[in-house]
Design a protein around this ligand. Structure first.
Ligand code: G1P
Length: 292
């Protein structure tokens, strides 16, 4: 059997970000900063840490600042050189060297499945990763790298998963699954339901925004009809994939934040600020002086 490597990661970033209005009226949600880096950069860095060399960002109208962010900025670089700000120059320049980044537009917001389908030509016929940039996973080495390890073992579709409490399952894709005989982080998936009613959820295993998918998923997406919320759901395409291939859930190690939600965004900000190289210690000291 050919051992496939995960070289490409798709990052869907075409949504409106309505939960952050008015901040997201003229700024893409993916450009909101957690401490000093925009959300999307965390996703790109996680993909690179997992061995990806090619990143495909699915964008839409009003999202061009993302492209500028990862591009060279001759005026800024010239100004930093003139002022002798070499450390800042390194920071600005390194962002442009992270990976080969391509952009493809999703002309209409028809759902996550549709967003992934937009990347089909750029992905080609090889397994690839999908990172939803709202989901920030704070762990040394990154969540996707752990999943690539599981892919190397199974050569199958791998879905990042987490056990969530109570009714929260209805916010996620949900897995019906059984434990893997030898790897206690893996579960074998037998069914998937997108955003089930709590009483109808087959388990509390939620899909988080990390996927490794085989290229057959594109055929499955093409045959989709609208699902939950009237959208073309990636979860439904993975369910269809089960007719042809094995699918596994992967219980990753790390702390996840839903940075697409205000409270989750604030928690991620505090956690990352506390660990930050230059402001971490001062921020911790300040937090300790606060009475709540
Ligand atoms: C999407 C997926 C869902 C998944 C979630 C993870 O939903 O459709 O299956 O559980 O991401 O964040 P969204 O949050 O975009 O509604």
């Amino acid at each position: 059997m050919i051992q496939h490597k995960i070289r490409k990661a798709v990052i869907p970033a075409a949504g409106f970000g309505t939960r952050f209005l008015p901040a997201t009226k003229a700024t893409p949600k993916e450009m909101l900063p957690l401490v000093d880096k925009p959300l999307i950069q965390y996703g790109v860095e996680e993909a690179v840490a997992a061995g990806c060399t090619d990143i495909i960002i699915v964008t839409g109208r009003g999202k061009t600042t993302m492209e500028d962010h990862f591009d060279r900025s001759p005026e800024l670089e010239a100004a930093l050189i003139a002022r002798g700000k070499t450390e800042l120059l390194k920071i600005a320049y390194s962002v442009t060297r992270l990976a080969r980044i391509s952009y493809v537009r999703q002309p209409e917001a028809l759902g996550l499945g549709h967003a992934v389908l937009m990347a089909r030509e750029l992905v080609g016929n090889e397994p690839f990763a999908v990172i939803l940039p709202d989901d920030i996973v704070n762990v040394e080495g990154g969540c996707l790298a752990q999943m690539v390890g599981a892919f190397d073992e199974t050569q199958s579709t791998i879905l990042g998963t987490e056990v969530v409490e109570g009714d929260a399952i209805s916010l996620y894709g949900c897995l019906d699954c059984t434990p893997h005989p030898t790897n206690d982080r893996l579960v074998a998936v037998s069914n998937l339901v997108e955003k089930p009613k709590p009483q109808e959820a087959p388990s509390q295993n939620a899909i988080i925004g990390r996927y490794i998918l085989t290229p057959r998923i594109f055929e499955m997406i093409e045959q989709l009809t609208p699902g939950s919320g009237g959208e073309l759901q990636l979860t439904d395409a993975i369910k269809a994939l089960l007719q042809h291939e094995r699918v596994y859930g992967f219980h990753y190690a790390g702390q996840r934040y839903d940075a697409g939600d205000k409270l989750g965004f604030l928690k991620a900000t505090v956690d990352l600020a506390l660990q930050h190289d230059t402001v971490g210690l001062a921020f911790r000291a300040w937090l300790k002086t606060q009475t709540f």
